[in-house]
Design a protein around this ligand. Structure first.
Ligand code: 5GP
Length: 404
């Protein structure tokens, strides 16, 4: 292919146009990475040799993390974060997770008044919650006011869909110089190069993950992404070399995936879908009737009611309608909307998750999560687990397929 060839066709291909950008063709083959890149579903952790950690009770999941860029700042808790999404990053969720010493990135759309009220309450909220800040001028203003009015905020999450832009890097640099004492979580990126750039621009924690989320459609709509397990391995290494850490964001479907992310060197794991569907998230609860497949006393189909919670991506049509006056004409929705079975309390989910992590540590011979990466060995595999009963008649999947 001629690398210099150009076209002057208009954007609709109908003829020459002065407005159209000339097309330049590159030799595409030179840009294809042929290394195999992996997702959580392509690997398993290998048990350690004769480990001395004999009981899950002995495993300590509380980590202390010091942040090199921010004097006297540290985190002490479980290295898991609730995502700053509607239905997950709510005040009630944050309070419920604080009881388990788990962190929350609050959703972006909380008002200044509500944030001030929240941070003026339980002092632990400062240690376990980040205020989320977008690129918009009013987001930065809101953070500034909350920081002044409620007392210093310890954690800020600078969150954009694409952290690979000059605008985001400049924004991060500015934010760092205005707030030298705030621990900054910034992203999202998926390459070691951009991780290093964000770390040098002032991020304490670089958020890693594009396109792998449970309600994300970026890979479908744009073709952009990077297999998450490899992104975590590669970006984690780059962050450590630059004196920072990473948060593995998106794509965890079960406690085992969280264990893999931590074992691969991520300092935190951010969860959206796994924490969604609970009462504490504050999502809209919808009651639907479903056909049980049985017949009642009158010979008619036996119907039952079930409660579901609405959950959606923050770039979905519904999120754009709620927060940004609808989808702008130059955009497409990059998130989907789903209904999840309603779960009354996050506590059960947390127990399942933390129980799984303790068990990972005993299998690998790690007394705590800090030791986990040193003990970890992964094996690449085609299938991680046995799916034979996944379509059993009482599974959530088959109930939702009977909805009427
Ligand atoms: P999950 O834990 O649900 O797999 O992934 C959560 C992450 O998905 C979030 O923290 C965020 O980075 C990402 N995310 C949330 N909403 C959207 C969306 O609408 N589009 C895309 N591309 N990513 C999203």
């Amino acid at each position: 292919m001629n690398s210099k060839s150009t076209s002057s066709l208009g954007s609709n291909g109908s003829g020459p146009s002065k407005e159209g950008t000339p097309v330049r063709y590159n030799d595409v083959s030179t840009h294809v990475s042929r290394d195999i890149k992996l997702d959580y579903g392509n690997v398993l952790l290998v048990p350690g040799k004769m480990t001395s950690v004999t009981s899950r009770k002995l495993v300590n999941l509380i980590c202390r993390m010091d942040f090199e860029r921010t004097d006297d700042s540290y985190y002490e808790g479980i290295p898991i974060m609730a995502a700053n999404m509607d239905g997950v990053g709510s005040f009630d969720m944050a309070d419920a997770l604080i009881r388990h010493r788990i962190f929350t990135c609050l959703a972006k759309m909380h008002s200044e008044e509500n944030l001030v009220k929240f941070f003026s309450g339980d002092p632990q909220r400062r240690n376990y919650c980040a205020v989320t800040v977008g690129l918009r001028h009013q987001d930065r203003e809101k953070f500034r006011h909350v920081h002044q009015r409620s007392g210093p905020i310890k954690f800020a999450c600078l969150d954009v869909a694409n952290g690979h832009t000059q605008r985001f890097v400049s924004f991060l640099e500015d934010f760092r110089s205005e707030f030298p004492d705030v621990v900054i979580i910034a992203g999202n990126v998926v390459t070691p190069e951009q991780t290093e750039i964000l770390a040098k621009a002032g991020a304490d924690l670089v958020k890693v993950g594009i396109g792998g989320g449970s309600v994300c459609e970026t890979r479908i709509k744009t073709g952009v992404g990077y297999p998450q397990f490899s992104a975590v391995l590669e970006c984690g290494q780059a962050a450590r070399e630059a004196g920072a850490r990473i948060v593995a964001d998106g794509g965890c479907t079960c406690p085992g995936d969280v264990a893999k992310a931590l074992a691969a060197g991520s300092s935190f794991v951010m969860l959206g879908g796994m924490f969604a569907g609970h009462k504490e998230g504050g999502g809209r609860i919808i009651t639907r009737r479903f056909n049980t497949g049985e017949i009642n006393g009158e010979g008619k189909p036996l119907l039952k009611e079930s409660r579901f919670v609405e959950f959606y991506g923050m770039s979905s049509q519904i999120a754009n309608d709620k927060h940004f006056d609808g989808l702008q004409p130059w955009k497409t929705s990059e998130g989907r909307e789903v209904l999840l079975p309603f779960k009354p309390s996050i506590d059960e989910t947390v127990q399942d998750l933390l129980g799984g992590l303790r068990s990972t540590c005993t299998y690998l011979g790690a007394e705590n999560l800090i030791d986990l990466p040193q003990q970890a060995k992964f094996v690449q595999c085609h299938d991680t687990h046995n799916r034979v009963f996944e379509d059993s008649p009482i599974s959530d999947h088959s109930i939702s397929s009977m909805l009427i």
